[in-house]
Design a protein around this ligand. Structure first.
Ligand SMILES: Cc1ncc(COP(=O)(O)O)c(C=O)c1O
Length: 377
């Protein structure tokens, strides 16, 4: 008989109560008339897209954002009727699906304007669209020097409603705001051109979490935030808001204990050799679960103490040295990411092991690691 809930002793724990507190803290921190778009792409950075979206919408987010049509459809199938923005560009095949399910797209070129105009006629409705102005990220969108023509065409096209004009920062969360301010200047240039032509738009938006925290002059009508409500700061140097705490922890248990002797090696590649008697705990998770591939680096928490990782971790297992934590027994609790007692292994520490960013670690916990939602009920 297979259980309806996973009974795997390794899980990603999502504290929905803390998520709610984070939303409340952010909503209280922001100016009252500033709208908040909650970015829930990539399974809300691994936290559970539907759960985070529901919480955001209930607590006052005015928009949700995803990166793929499938993600948008999944929200609609989960009975979420909030406005949903889909970042990036859409294929001709995707556009009708977006219109049919009220998923707001970006329109950054003349060909897409024509396609949407036809769809608006077919569906007998006005289709809201946003324009992305590329002010220096060199990713999606129309270059700021050419944006006004597209914006003006949309404003004049029957069947299309220009609901939003946005841009995205290349670096908003570091101390040096020189380029962020230059991007802002370019975006303002486009807004001034719009004003000259009498083009009005309801949602001008530019800020991600870093911009929200550090660039209030760029808030405009709406901010798009993904990582901050999850209790993780986009960088180590951006403004802090009291009370925000991480929502995600990764937990496991000790699956086996090995006493090894002088000269014994641990793990694939024999990267660790014991200089003396050591006690090793084997944990049932590895790089196949999203833990960075490491060799003799990093640690986990057992009984509130750091147990260093020894050897090279495998796809499904990793070994830690528990010689200095003699009270450890098989099936004792292990914290892989998060707090235990006074100790903490935070997402930035794991990102450092991978030479990557916190976003990559959060979103990188694989689907085979069950999500456990703590909602206090
Ligand atoms: C266009 C856009 N806006 C906003 C965000 C949210 O960024 P953050 O998670 O730093 O708040 C992202 C995320 O990558 C994005 O691609």
């Amino acid at each position: 008989m297979s259980p309806s809930k996973s009974i795997r002793p390794t899980c990603v724990e999502i504290d929905i109560r803390q998520l709610r507190r984070n939303f409340q803290i952010i909503l209280a921190d922001k100016p009252a008339n500033l709208r908040f778009c909650c970015v829930v792409k990539d399974n809300a950075y691994g936290h559970g897209m539907v759960e985070v979206a529901r919480c955001a919408w209930e607590l006052g987010a005015r928009y949700l954002a995803v990166a793929t049509v499938d993600e948008g459809l999944h929200l609609r199938q989960s009975n979420i009727d909030a406005p949903i923005l889909i970042f990036g560009e859409r294929t001709d095949e995707e556009l009708p699906v977006c219109v049919a399910h009220d998923l707001t797209c970006f329109v950054n070129d003349a060909a897409t304007i024509c396609l949407i105009q036809r769809l608006a006629a077919d569906f007998g409705q006005t289709v809201s669209v946003h324009v992305e102005v590329d002010t220096g990220l060199s990713r999606f969108g129309v270059r700021w020097t050419k944006a006004i023509d597209i914006i003006a065409t949309i404003a004049e096209t029957d069947g299309l409603l220009l609901e939003g004009v946005m841009s995205h920062f290349a670096m908003s969360d570091e101390l040096d705001k020189t380029f962020a301010n230059e991007q802002l200047r370019r975006f303002r240039e486009v807004l001034a051109q719009m004003a000259q032509r009498g083009i009005v738009v309801a949602l001008r938006h530019m800020c991600n979490s870093g911009g929200f925290l550090d660039l209030p002059q760029a808030h405009f009508d709406m901010v798009r935030m993904g990582i901050l409500p999850l209790g993780v700061y986009p960088s180590q140097v951006c403004r802090r808001i009291k009370g925000l705490l991480p929502v995600m922890s990764v937990k496991s248990q000790v699956a086996a204990i090995q006493d090894i002797e002088k000269g014994d090696t641990v793990g694939y590649g024999m990267r660790y050799r014991a200089a003396e008697l050591r006690r090793i705990a084997v944990l049932p998770l590895g790089y196949g679960d999203g833990f960075p591939r490491v060799r003799n680096q990093g640690a986990v928490l057992i009984h509130g103490k750091r147990a260093p990782i020894v050897g090279g971790n495998a796809m499904d297992a990793m070994m830690v040295d528990i010689t200095d934590i003699p009270e450890t027994r098989v099936w004792d609790d292990v914290v892989v990411m998060g707090k235990q007692g006074r100790e903490e292994i935070d997402v930035h520490e794991l990102a450092g092991l991978k030479g990557s960013v916190s976003y990559d670690i959060l979103a990188g916990w694989r689907a085979r690691v069950p999500r456990v939602f703590l909602d206090g009920n």
